[in-house]
Design a protein around this ligand. Structure first.
Ligand code: GSH
Length: 226
């Protein structure tokens, strides 16, 4: 095992986040898929208040690679997309990656906001019946506009936004599998990603955090909801 100093010298990526999947999970999966050695620092909720001020933005995730230190999860995802050539093959595919990413930022904010809503239990039936199917229908509509019809969101090969899309769908799964299953194309896509050998190995490993969110969230912080 490399020491932290050796990791910096060797430019080994280091991901700092809480002990949950959350916004770091796309980063972890991109590193796993590309067979990249990486280190993690997982901060507990108890130790966070004391450590928060050590981080420039006071928030996580933080991604380090040698002297590079990056904040803002979506910028980190784009960086990894460029670094690993997972950002489409043309100008058009590049902007389609951006569109898909932005769409999932909106969707993730909606779903994440709902999972953290103190009135979650009061609102869950209505959300499941109307808002969630509307959201997934719009997603499936966007998925269908990939002219390559390849099973991926952009062009005919994997891009970083496939991992973002997968992560969102995997966030929906414990909340309402039955709603997700109504969207056959999205479910087929989800399986396609899960069948990739390195991703499958990661998903079934102890490396994967056990829960979607930290246990402060009304939904998502327990193994039963993950
Ligand atoms: N726009 C930022 C938001 C980061 C963010 O909200 N991080 C949360 C965890 S998901 C956090 O650090 N919360 C602890 C805090 O704000 O004290 C990003 O996408 O990275």
């Amino acid at each position: 095992m490399n020491t932290e100093q050796e990791a910096v010298e060797e430019n080994i990526p280091k991901v700092t986040y809480f002990d949950a999947r959350g916004r770091a999970e796309v980063i972890r999966i991109l590193l796993e898929e590309t067979n990249t050695t990486y280190h993690e620092r997982r901060i507990s909720i108890e130790e966070w208040p004391e450590l928060k001020s050590n981080f420039t933005f006071g928030q996580l995730p933080v991604y380090e690679e040698g002297s590079l230190l990056l904040n803002q999860s979506n910028a980190i995802y784009r960086y990894l997309g460029r670094k690993f050539d997972l950002y489409g093959d043309s100008m058009f595919e590049h902007v389609r990656c951006d569109i898909v990413q932005e769409t999932f930022v909106d969707a993730q904010n909606t779903l994440g906001g709902f999972f953290w809503n103190p009135d979650f239990e009061k609102l869950r039936d209505e959300f499941e019946k109307s808002e969630l199917p509307d959201l997934l229908l719009r997603m499936q509509g966007l998925f269908e506009t990939n002219s390559e019809n390849s099973g991926y969101w952009v062009g005919n090969r994997l891009s970083f936004v496939d991992i973002i899309a997968w992560h969102f769908l995997d966030y929906v799964r414990p909340f309402s599998l039955k709603t997700l299953c109504q969207f056959e194309q999205l479910c087929r896509f989800k399986e396609l990603i899960e069948e990739r050998p390195r991703i499958s190995a990661y998903l079934n490993s102890d490396r994967r955090p056990k829960t979607m969110t930290v246990d402060l969230a009304p939904f998502g912080g327990t193994p039963e909801t993950s």
